[in-house]
Design a protein around this ligand. Structure first.
Ligand SMILES: [Fe+2]
Ligand SMILES: [Fe+2]
Length: 472
């Protein structure tokens, strides 16, 4: 294990002080990152002390330090998980060969593009969420938002480290563009669609961290299998932090459902909007939106790129060790395909279906939280149940892009879509209502907005009414 250098300008466990050139290059990028943070990071709160965790090593159980810190002073560091001795490529044409410590020339462009695409999502989400502090439901939630934000900042550092270390001048240039693109900007947008939609209310934030951060989890799991060992080690540690982001989303939605269910139990006919609460069909519409645009992030169902990433060992499946066949040359994957206005079942060569395989793992994982939310309803005697929409619903990428399907997955014509899409996706009036509800931040220690239940417990053993952000 490499020693942790915590007192360097850039905290790290990659022996940065032994590579002066690299250290200087990253130290030259650092002020650009900080400028970006001040301009595009959370709006306001630059001077407030926030009770945050900071990565200080990769030791399981002891990798984080919790303390008050002003966000611009956060110690963003570079941490790779320990190397696995004699690690071998786990899939594809080079199965069983030693992993790569340098980038093979023939894969340079591909790896760089994958790293840049992953890296771009990290600052993008911070930009998308930058106004949310102004409408927080509690100090506990405000702190969680900022925790997610600073860690996405650290994930950007993780990708920039790879670009600087392994991709020479091109890599340094790409690192610059990562703090130049802006989410939603017409001229210079972020790379992926879902990362250009603004997140303007807390229900969207919780759906994003549940569904869209989970896409991140699956991309990271697939990259953790990579033959390019530094990428594997970087992403393995990022996954440790990512788990908290999805926890924020899952429990955030759960607490909203709990609050609504509590009122519905007393009075099944309660006028929820008159009481300033979020009704269940509205929550379902948000779910439909964020789930469907997150499915798009996995790419085309049938993809020759995905096949070649797998063949060359660049990107595997999530938990590759759970599969028996790691070569996937003679296997097929069954897909539903739109053909002549109908759906047909087709067997596609497995390697070409790797995006879809990853998407299906993601869908299965996404269903767990939805089942938990439903248990709240069940326990309260409410008949309503949340469901994940069909993977054909509202897709902008892949085989179903531009086609119309109901959330149940049935084809629907334009007129049918127009008549009913307001039942399926958030409407202008939904957004207006939700934003109206969340106009004012709730910032007294322990206080909660009316539309959300308090969390079961606080952070790191602190009480729920702890002053997680010092606002006075
Ligand atoms: Fe991230
Ligand atoms: Fe995340």
């Amino acid at each position: 294990m490499t020693a942790v250098e915590l007192n360097e300008k850039i905290p790290n466990n990659v022996a940065l002080s032994e590579d002066r050139r690299l250290q200087r290059a990253l130290e030259a990028w650092q002020p650009k990152f900080l400028d970006w943070w001040r301009e595009m990071g959370p709006m306001g709160f630059l001077e407030n002390e926030v009770y945050l965790r900071t990565a200080i090593s990769t030791e399981p159980g002891g990798w984080a330090n919790f303390d008050y810190v002003k966000m611009p002073d956060y110690r963003w560091g570079i941490f790779l998980a320990d190397a696995v001795p004699d690690r071998r490529i786990g899939f594809g044409d080079e199965l069983g060969q030693p992993v790569w410590q340098e980038v093979p020339g023939e894969h340079r462009g591909t790896l760089r593009r994958l790293i840049v695409t992953q890296g771009d999502t990290e600052p993008a989400s911070v930009e998308q969420q930058r106004k949310l502090g102004q409408s927080c439901p509690s100090l506990y939630d405000l702190r969680n938002l900022f925790q997610v934000n600073v860690e996405e900042g650290r994930h950007l550092w993780a990708m920039v480290y790879l670009l600087h270390t392994y991709f020479g001048r091109d890599g340094r240039e790409e690192a610059e563009t990562l703090v130049e693109r802006r989410s939603g900007d017409v001229d210079n947008p972020r790379i992926l669609g879902a990362f250009n939609a603004p997140i303007e209310d807390w229900l969207s934030f919780f759906m994003f961290t549940y569904f869209t951060d989970r896409d991140g989890k699956y991309q990271l799991l697939a990259l953790a299998e990579s033959a390019f060992d530094p990428l594997s080690r970087t992403t393995r540690f990022m996954l440790t932090e990512e788990a908290h982001h999805m926890f924020v989303g899952e429990t955030g939605v759960q607490r909203i459902v709990e609050r609504t269910a509590e009122v519905l139990r007393e009075d099944p006919d309660a006028d929820l909007r008159a009481q300033g609460l979020l009704d269940l069909p509205l929550i379902q519409r948000y779910l439909n939106f964020w789930y469907s645009i997150s499915l798009d992030l996995f790419g085309g169902e049938i993809s020759s790129n995905a096949a070649s990433y797998f063949a060359s060992g660049i990107k595997g499946r999530a938990h590759e060790d759970r599969y028996d066949d790691h070569v996937a040359l003679d296997a097929y994957h069954r897909l539903m395909i739109p053909e002549d206005g109908a759906l047909a079942e087709r067997d596609v060569p497995l390697r070409n279906a790797m995006n879809q395989v990853l998407r299906e793992s993601y869908a299965e994982d996404s269903a767990r939280g939805v089942a938990k939310w439903n248990r709240v309803l069940e326990a309260t005697g409410i008949d309503f149940r949340f469901t994940l929409p069909s993977s054909r619903f509202n897709r902008q990428q892949g085989l179903f892009a531009g086609l119309r399907f109901t959330p149940e997955g049935d084809a629907v014509d334009d007129a049918g879509w127009a008549a009913r899409c307001g039942e399926w996706l958030p409407t202008e009036s939904d957004y207006a209502y939700v934003q109206h509800l969340m106009q004012r931040p709730v910032m007294a220690p322990g206080a909660m907005a009316n539309w959300i239940a308090p969390p079961k417990s606080g952070i790191k053993g602190r009480p729920v009414d702890y002053e997680y952000v010092r606002v006075e």
